[in-house]
Write a protein that binds this ligand. Structure first.
Ligand code: PMP
Length: 427
């Protein structure tokens, strides 16, 4: 097959005519499909319904340390929930503080506290002229939303196949004390599905920040979200790497069971050094008397341990994997030889990240919308919604049914072709 770039204008006009006919057919179908947000499908949620049966009015709601989960107490979470989270992220329970139902909320809270009260005795960020965060791009739009909300200046750092460009991270972090944090999704990153290499993790842990209150915001949201049983990415434990590098307090790790059990009704946690936990706990005693321990207990009684979580995630993978494979197959079959897009095949996580020709992403998203397919807005994976190349599109295959996804993917590739032809003809 000839790539679009090799075609003459006449040939491109001909291709365009055919594509427009096909596009008109889809537009006439009045479809309403959505590949925008990384939500689990209802069938994935069905898998975890028995969790609702593990506790009832005759259950003993006593944690292993004797805590009555029906009552106040255990601000940091019950020991078995702290252990479960520690095992998920490869750390130890003494580093874990279990929060409520959302890790994004923990991240927001952490940034918010740094603004109002500073980080372990340093000047509260609200009193500083400038606060900056490094933002590996493309990244998670809600991270960027949190820092934008607080008026943080966000500095883009390009992602490589091994994680953020560490030469750039090291240079910036060591030379600018207004840089207070870096957003990281280190495993099966949102949206590219990239896992940071050992070298990246070690360099991250060994950073020599100019700011004493610089922290790595290590959002390990997809730590157990493998798509395959036999091909799984490994990620070093950042907490112990930071300890080894003499920077024990430099990282806050976040995680939750949102996409393990129920989004919005899981358990979330921060995993960090003892000193950071002590500091956070002081604020917590003002903020809440404790989180939902009954939900913590429900999770532990149902999953039992990390093996239970891993086994459950393989059942979820059996639902997710065919969807990812179908999308990748369609991209390969339809676009593989046209030279108008590239993508990474992830081994886990929730997304496939597609790169169009420069200047085409917005057009693809708009065309798909007109044909009834909602995609994540172009630009969303970048701070301030600005993709300077206008080329990144995040595809979220999990939520639609297989049938819906097949149609949506066909429309997607059609829109990529159409937008690319238009772009090439305009050059
Ligand atoms: N971090 C990342 C990278 C995410 O993709 C998401 C969305 N699932 C979240 C955090 C939100 O997690 P939670 O439901 O725990 O707030």
């Amino acid at each position: 097959m000839q790539s679009y770039q090799e075609m003459s204008k006449e040939e491109l006009y001909k291709v365009k005519e055919g594509l427009e006919k096909e596009y008109a057919k889809y537009k006439g179908m009045g479809l309403s499909l959505n590949m925008a947000r990384g939500k689990p499908a209802a069938t994935q949620l069905d898998l975890v319904m028995p969790m609702l049966d593990v506790l009832n009015s005759s259950s003993e709601l006593i944690a292993e340390d004797g805590t009555d989960c029906r009552n106040y107490g255990e601000l940091k979470g019950i020991p078995e929930a702290r252990k479960l989270i520690a095992d998920m992220v490869g750390s130890t329970p003494d580093h874990v503080f279990v929060y409520g139902n959302s890790s994004l909320n923990v991240m927001y809270d952490t940034v918010s506290r740094s603004f109002t009260h500073g980080v372990m005795g340093s000047t509260p960020w609200c009193k500083l002229d400038k606060v900056k965060f490094l933002c590996p791009v493309p990244g998670y739009d809600r991270h960027f939303g949190v820092t934008e909300f607080f008026g943080v200046e966000m500095v883009n750092v390009p992602m490589t196949s091994e994680g953020p460009d560490m030469d750039m991270v090291e240079r910036l972090v060591s030379s600018d004390d207004s840089i207070k944090g870096i957003w990281c999704v280190p495993k099966y990153s949102n949206p590219q599905g990239i896992t940071y290499s050992d070298e990246t993790v070690r360099r991250m842990a060994a950073l020599k920040p100019a700011a004493e209150d610089f922290r790595i915001y290590w959002d390990n949201a997809y730590v157990v979200h493998h798509l395959y049983e036999d091909e799984q990415d490994d990620l070093l434990d950042i907490i112990s790497e930071c300890e080894k590098a003499g920077n024990p307090d430099m990282v806050y790790e976040f995680c939750s069971t949102s996409k393990v059990s129920f989004p919005g009704s899981g358990i979330a946690a921060i995993v960090t050094s003892k000193a950071n936990l002590d500091f956070i706990e002081k604020q917590f005693t003002m903020q809440t008397i404790g989180h939902d321990k009954i939900n913590q207990l429900r999770h532990v009684r149902y999953f039992k341990n990390i093996d239970g979580i891993n086994a459950h995630m393989m059942k979820q993978a059996a639902i997710m994997r065919p969807k990812f494979e179908m999308v990748e197959r369609t991209l390969q079959d339809e676009l593989g030889e046209l030279g108008i897009g590239s993508w990474i095949s992830p081994k886990g996580g929730y997304f496939i990240c597609f790169n169009t020709l420069p200047g085409c992403a917005k057009s693809v998203v708009a065309k798909a919308k007109e044909a009834g397919v909602v995609l994540t807005p172009a630009g969303a994976p970048f701070p301030y919604g600005k993709d300077s190349e206008d080329s990144v599109i995040r595809i979220a295959p999990s939520f639609p049914t297989m049938e819906e996804l097949e149609t949506a993917t066909k429309i997607f590739v059609l829109c990529v072709k159409l937008a690319s032809v238009e772009k090439l003809l305009a050059e």
